[in-house]
Design a protein around this ligand. Structure first.
Ligand code: PGA
Length: 239
């Protein structure tokens, strides 16, 4: 667990006053990654003073053009962002993003020089139907770019996001092992170097257990990433 990567996803939360949380995180540690809303990225980069990595929660697949309201990966990079999350289940559901869309965004992120966190995960119905590997396998096959440079995977069971429910450590181990096998099959030895995060109701009190499982390289944290106290407690538990 020693070098677990802890990534905060603020979703549609945070006004300028929240930059104080970013500053507090950066004052305490220099290894956290945080994805605030687009509106706070420039402020977060300034508040972080180079001590934490700021990223976007989404990007468009094109570098520029007639796409009202959208933000490109190049724009994120221009603000000083270092990574982008693509294919989060809330984007797949709320915005109808397909695996093809997610892959195009992942490629755009890499083209802009950003590290890319590609999210996958099953719904509760799919888990109940025994379809976890089929669903996650399909998402990986369709969403990933063609090379592992700058690639991170986040396994986020949809039913665990924001619910306070988490899979058992055994279930996390099983899915992360499956994802690793898929990466090795697709990318050969390079697949071993891809970090696989777990996400979904990670809190200070369950972080050590979840992050202690094989092939769990860190956590993608939503609700518990909004305050420095909580995200720092997760990072401390993962140490
Ligand atoms: P949560 O969200 O930690 O609030 O469950 C995780 C995520 O959606 O990345």
């Amino acid at each position: 667990m020693g070098n677990a990567l802890i990534v905060g996803n603020w979703k549609m939360n945070g006004l300028s006053a929240s930059l104080a949380e970013i500053a507090a995180m950066a004052a305490a540690r220099n290894d956290l990654w945080v994805a605030p809303p687009f509106t706070l990225i420039a402020g977060a980069v300034a508040a972080a003073q180079g001590r934490l990595r700021v990223g976007g929660q989404d990007c468009h697949s094109r570098p520029n053009g007639a796409h009202t309201g959208c933000v490109s990966a190049a724009m994120l990079a221009d603000l000083g962002a270092g990574f982008v999350i693509v294919g989060h289940s809330e984007r797949r559901t709320d915005n109808g993003e397909t695996d093809t869309d997610v892959r195009a965004k992942a490629l755009a992120g890499r083209a802009a020089g950003l590290d890319v966190i590609v999210c996958v995960g099953e719904t509760e119905g799919q888990r109940d139907a025994g379809e976890v590997e089929a669903v996650v396998g399909r998402q990986l096959a369709g969403s990933l770019p063609d090379a592992t440079d700058g690639l991170i995977i986040a396994y986020e069971p949809v039913w665990a996001i924001g619910t306070g429910r988490t899979p058992t450590p055994e279930d996390v181990t099983a899915v992360h092992g499956f994802i690793r096998a898929q990466l090795l099959a697709r990318f050969g030895d390079a697949g071993q170097g891809v970090r696989i995060l777990y996400g979904g109701s990670v809190k200070p009190d369950n972080a050590a257990l979840l992050l202690g499982q094989p092939d769990v390289g860190g956590a993608l944290v939503g609700g518990a990433s909004l305050t420095a106290a909580s995200l720092l407690a997760i990072a401390a538990a993962a140490a």
